[in-house]
Design a protein around this ligand. Structure first.
Ligand code: F6R
Length: 260
């Protein structure tokens, strides 16, 4: 089972996860971070910025993004390439050559998934993958029905996800329909998964992912197949967890040396 850590606020989650990543980077400067976009990981990036300002050197660190929209004009501010550059590459001082995002350009889209898989494999995989979860239960953009063995490929976003992400675009028509996303099988290859969720709107998907049955209808449940998963949530997202009292008890009695 995943380790579930309930913290008071998203900021506290960011500090906890950010401190862990920074420790790893100091110990292994060539660390490879799997980055998610959307709102959820922002407190982690905020904490990492403070770690960089305090002296952690990220110049040898690599990053692989989970996903990208298909067909946005190059440089579109809401393309995940632009978001990752803005939130991670520039503020942390990563070498742009070490930051990878799937290619969502229409030209060559048929091979975008395969090319991304090759790049991850050639690099030697991802050490720690940050994940958010969608209200549909998606990880990356693996919407319900995605195979647990899936690899990076083009997927169609659900209406629910398009509605949720419409806040980033000027009009409904601008919200992309397709994406290139790491598959669930790709995500499960990362050596450590850190899933974050905040707010009651995520409670149902989170409980189903962490405690529900394994099902392609709930892509988040794929985390139950991974040997090392840390779930960091606030009380709202934790509100439907059946075993939340036990998770708190386990945290209160956790040996300090174990880290996250
Ligand atoms: C983003 C991603 C998605 C988001 C999810 C939650 O790269 O892969 O799975 O993590 O849609 O989005 P937010 O964090 O905006 O609620």
């Amino acid at each position: 089972m995943a380790e579930v850590i309930v913290v008071d606020t998203p900021e506290a989650a960011g500090l906890l996860v950010g401190a862990h990543i920074a420790r790893e980077v100091r110990a292994h400067p060539r660390f490879t971070l799997g980055v998610a976009t959307g709102s959820t990981p922002l407190p982690v990036y905020q904490a990492l910025r403070a770690e960089a300002a305090a002296g952690t050197d990220f110049t040898a660190t690599s990053a692989f993004a989970l996903d990208e929209y298909v067909g946005l004009p190059p440089g579109h501010p809401e393309s995940y390439r632009a978001v990752v550059d803005r939130e991670v590459t520039v503020p942390l001082g990563l070498d742009p050559a070490r930051v990878h995002v799937p290619d969502g350009g229409i030209d060559g889209i048929e091979t975008a998934g395969e090319r991304y898989e090759t790049a991850i494999a050639a690099h030697g995989g991802v050490d720690l993958q940050l994940l958010g979860i969608g209200r549909t239960g998606h990880l990356g953009f693996n919407e319900p029905g995605s195979s647990f063995g899936s690899r990076t490929r083009v997927k169609t976003l659900t209406e629910r996800t398009r509605v949720d992400n419409a806040r980033f675009f000027d009009s409904w028509e601008d919200v992309p329909i397709h994406c290139v996303t790491q598959g669930l099988g790709t995500i499960l290859d990362a050596r450590h998964l850190v899933l974050l969720a905040f707010g009651e709107s995520k409670a149902e998907a989170l409980a189903a992912a962490v405690e529900g049955p394994l099902s392609a209808s709930m892509p988040g449940s794929a985390i139950q197949l991974h040997p090392r998963v840390t779930v960091v949530v606030d009380p709202g997202a934790a509100s439907l967890l059946r075993f939340r009292d036990y998770y708190r008890w386990a945290q209160d009695h956790k040996p300090a040396w174990q880290g996250i």
